[in-house]
Design a binder for this molecule. Sequence first.
Ligand code: ADP
Ligand code: MG
Ligand code: MG
Length: 256
Amino acid sequence: MSQTVLSIKNLAASVDGNQILKGVNLEIKAGEVHAIMGRNGSGKSTLSKVITGHPDYEITDGEIIYQGQDLSALEPHERALAGIFLAFQYPLEIPGVSNLDFLRIAYNAKRKHLDLEELDTFDFEDLIQEKLDVVKMNPAFLERSLNEGFSGGEKKRNEILQMAILEPTLSILDEIDSGLDIDALRIVSEGVNFLKNPDNATLVITHYQRLLNYIVPDHIHVMYDGKIVMSGGKELALELEEKGYDFLDEKALAAV
Ligand code: ADP
Ligand code: MG
Ligand code: MG
């Protein structure tokens, strides 16, 4: 039986005193890809921020267990070192820090955490060459400032490059499809699929069915007003595409 990577129980969370998550339950096992769908404002990004420990968000009830450990005991950087990776919807631009340096520092922080020797620039460049192929990225991008002037598609590919180098146990991809043309979408998705293995897990957040033609999830969950209100297999994406999210309002009304 495969191991549980993430177990979220009755999770409630608020930001600036606003209750956004209202009892989320979710269990993700090693080797699985889960997708969370739901309309804008339903709480998807909030969930990803709470999992990664964003300081603005307060857990008001429930718990998040990652590899058997209660995450509330870990600072955001400790969660990252423990193998939780969040690809940003809007990746940050950091002028003056080269992409290569950024990646090497992040990679070496992880090596150090694992009591492994840090890689020098030359060894790291060897490692990165093979990773570039995963996202079909031109090596010239390594010399540029992190994400500065990168197109939307290039930024997302760069997020997947980070993922390829850090080899996270849990990857959370929040709307990596936003702003991508069809070619970039395919490259990013192929990268994600390539990185999938029996020991890691992926949580894909999107409100479009289209992405899930490329990254095929084992389970799909629908978020509505801070809760997961429906779960199913990959066919659920097609059902949602057909019905839109409005039918959830009718369901919610019927439940009152
Ligand atoms: P999604 O990712 O599903 O589009 P979000 O998690 O970003 O949704 O947002 C969920 C809800 O939380 C929205 O109604 C949003 O306005 C609200 N929200 C997010 N951040 C804040 C904040 N800092 N202060 C108040 N409300 C917020
Ligand atoms: Mg949104
Ligand atoms: Mg969002």
